[in-house]
Design a protein around this ligand. Structure first.
Ligand SMILES: Cc1cc2nc3c(=O)[nH]c(=O)nc-3n(C[C@H](O)[C@H](O)[C@H](O)COP(=O)(O)OP(=O)(O)OC[C@H]3O[C@@H](n4cnc5c(N)ncnc54)[C@H](O)[C@@H]3O)c2cc1C
Length: 410
């Protein structure tokens, strides 16, 4: 291996995880090859919530100022009963979030996050971005990993001392790491429905009547919840509803029977039903998760990060945040053990597993609580009523207050 190859990082996938990892490694002086299967990087999905544990890292990497130009800093997270539209709980964000967690809570269009990351990656010395190329295989070489890459017209191999699989929930690198039947993703039984509405059209006005236009509002109902928040500096609102459903084609922009959504909303406030009707066409996508028991690294030098490693249900709104944390901690661990990569990867995996598992559990608890019915829903509402906004915020300190620790070599 040449000197450059001996430090070369090859990253498969230029989504949120891959772009953040590219910046994290390049800022530490590693040459990075970032290989993306899409010809053009288009942000899929619609909105994204970015909590302070993620924005703190984006600030450290110089991405946050760019993102702030398009993002919205919501005033609060508000929980509402979808049947009565009664407010059940409120967690203050805005200035309060910044004072408490030392970084902003933001909501943005995914394209805005992707653009801010890409602009920073392009500006950072040492990152080569190759689009329209798919990593298909990984094989051990003398002292590194060779990634087989295919474009429409040619196939080639690229070698590095670390291959980062940041290729999302439908990862092909995961199979190289795991070799287990459980390495494929699992359909969770849930569908996510999304629509983006303009603030100044009928749907936008319908939303203003039921929601809090400057907050993240979650409407709770048995078997259904909907999260709504402003994006694009408040010019539009992102709506995402979750229901049970049949498995549909994998991908972010699918179609499913709109009757599923209509049925799940049975018993919700007429204003909410009107909003969903006025929002126009809803895109559906199947929520897939990845078994977290499988390995995330190999001693030969492959590491899975983001959804490729641990795609989780989005009910804590933390998948992208975990991808960003993964990337920052991975670069730190690899740089701390320059001559002993296997230890660096092991330390990284040991640091990340408990955190990711706890966050995934929080998502499962949220789902249970938000879809509760009967006495459980009554108990939930009582609990929320007795909890002050300050207490509700304090309950999130472990999640949003997370700070990257310096890794020490003993
Ligand atoms: C409905 C919904 C709402 C969500 N809301 C939030 C939220 O509010 N906050 C939050 O933090 N998270 C949220 N998430 C989770 C978040 O979207 C994901 O966790 C995040 O996008 C994962 O990023 P990633 O980079 O790991 O994967 P991806 O974004 O999927 O990126 C993978 C990239 O790899 C490329 N690729 C794939 N295979 C190959 C290959 N073989 N070779 C080269 N390139 C390849 C793909 O084209 C893609 O660009 C939500 C998820 C859903 C489903």
């Amino acid at each position: 291996m040449s000197d450059t190859q001996s430090r070369q990082i090859v990253i498969a996938g230029a989504g949120i995880a891959g772009l953040t990892a590219a910046i994290a490694f390049a800022q530490r002086g590693y040459p990075v090859k970032l290989i993306e299967q899409a010809q053009r990087l288009e942000a899929v999905g619609a909105g994204i919530q970015l909590s302070p544990n993620a924005t703190r890292i984006l600030r450290q990497f110089g991405v946050l100022d760019r993102l702030m130009q398009a993002a919205v800093r919501p005033e609060a997270v508000v929980l509402k009963d979808a049947a009565t539209l009664r407010e059940l709980a409120r967690v203050p964000l805005g200035q309060a979030a910044e004072a408490r967690w030392q970084a902003p809570y933001l909501v943005a269009h995914r394209a805005d996050l992707q653009d801010a990351l890409m602009a920073s990656a392009v500006e950072t010395a040492g990152i080569e971005i190759i689009t329209g190329a798919r990593v298909t295989q990984a094989a051990k070489t003398g002292d590194g990993v060779a990634a087989a890459v295919e474009t429409g017209s040619r196939a080639f191999s690229t070698e590095g001392f670390l291959l980062v699989g940041a290729d999302g929930v439908w990862s092909s690198i995961r199979e190289q790491v795991s070799n287990r039947a459980s390495s494929t993703s699992r359909f969770s039984g849930e569908l996510a429905w999304r629509a983006t509405i303009g603030a100044d059209n009928a749907a936008g006005r319908a939303f203003a009547a039921v929601g809090a236009v400057s907050s993240v509002t979650t409407f709770l109902h048995r078997g259904f919840h909907m999260v709504a928040y402003p994006v694009s500096k408040g010019a539009a609102f992102n709506l995402v509803a979750f229901t049970k459903g049949e498995r549909i084609a994998e991908g972010w922009s699918g179609a499913a029977d709109p009757m599923i959504l209509a049925k799940a909303m049975h018993g919700t406030a007429p204003e909410l039903i009107r909003l969903v009707e006025d929002a126009g066409a809803w895109m559906a996508w199947p929520i897939h998760t990845v078994d977290q028991q499988q390995p995330w690294t190999t001693p030969e030098g492959i590491a899975l990060i983001g959804d490729a490693a641990h795609a989780m249900t989005p009910f804590a709104a933390q998948g992208a945040a975990m991808a960003i944390e993964d990337a920052a901690v991975l670069a730190e661990c690899v740089a701390t053990f320059p001559a002993d990569q296997a230890t660096g990867l092991r330390v990284w995996e040991n640091l990340r597993r408990p955190r990711v598992a706890k966050v995934a559990r929080r998502g499962a608890v949220n789902h249970l609580a938000w879809h509760a019915t009967g006495p459980v829903a009554i108990a939930r509402n009582l609990f929320l009523k007795t909890r002050s906004p300050e207490k509700l915020a304090a309950d999130l300190d472990w999640l949003y207050g997370w700070q990257q620790q310096k890794v020490i070599r003993r």
